[in-house]
Ligand binder design. Structure first.
Ligand code: GAR
Length: 189
């Protein structure tokens, strides 16, 4: 089973969807969760699923020890599932072509620093966009700029609020993210 490392900062519904997907089909397993927020819901998921986790801070993410700890798990893929910090260059370089992110909008629109989670949906609704969606992309040293792997679209109704749009986006994420990870893992080797 190919080991996956998940980075997450929040509730962890995407992490839960990925864990459940691979628990069911046995093609990969979430071997480690890396989190920067001691209050994050994703840590409850890690504890419940008995998945080891690392709690990191602004200092530890800069240190080579984290790369060494990650390398111990021999990850086939590193998945950012709602991780709100930029991945430093030394981590990107340590795992070339293996780090992917999910963004809750159609990049290159609504990406970059400060564009995460609810802020994205607020901006999309405020701009009166007729559609939004998700972008799964490789991670490079710049926010939201790596090569795009897949995008999925949804309509934004005039009556949509940031909350109702977030619910639509989460549905797309939970459907496409695990399948995309599996597709990438299958095509890697
Ligand atoms: C997801 O919608 C994800 O796309 C977004 O955070 C949410 C996390 O939800 N990521 C970003 O905004 C990254 N720039 P979750 O904790 O329920 O998986």
């Amino acid at each position: 089973m190919k080991p996956i490392i998940i980075f997450a900062s929040g509730t962890g519904t995407n992490a839960a969807a990925i864990i459940a997907h691979f628990k069911n089909n046995g093609r990969a397993r979430v071997a480690l969760i890396v989190c920067n927020n001691p209050d994050a819901g994703v840590l409850d998921i890690a504890r419940k699923e008995e998945i080891p986790y690392l709690l990191i801070d602004r200092q530890t993410i800069k240190q080579t020890l984290l790369v060494e700890q990650m390398a111990d798990y021999k990850p086939s893929m590193i998945v950012l599932a709602g991780f709100m910090w930029k991945i430093p260059e030394h981590i990107v370089n340590a795992f070339p072509g293996k780090i992917i992110n999910i963004h809750p909008a159609l990049l290159p629109k609504y990406g970059g620093k400060g564009m995460y989670g609810h802020h994205v949906h607020e901006a999309v609704v405020a701009a009166g966009e007729k559609e939004s969606g998700i972008t799964i992309h490789y991670v490079n040293e710049h926010y939201d700029e790596g090569n795009i792997i897949v995008q999925a679209h949804c309509a934004v109704a005039q009556t949509d609020s940031p909350d109702s749009l977030a619910a639509k986006i989460h549905k797309l994420e939970h459907f496409y993210f695990p399948k995309t990870i599996e597709f990438l893992l299958d095509s890697m080797y």
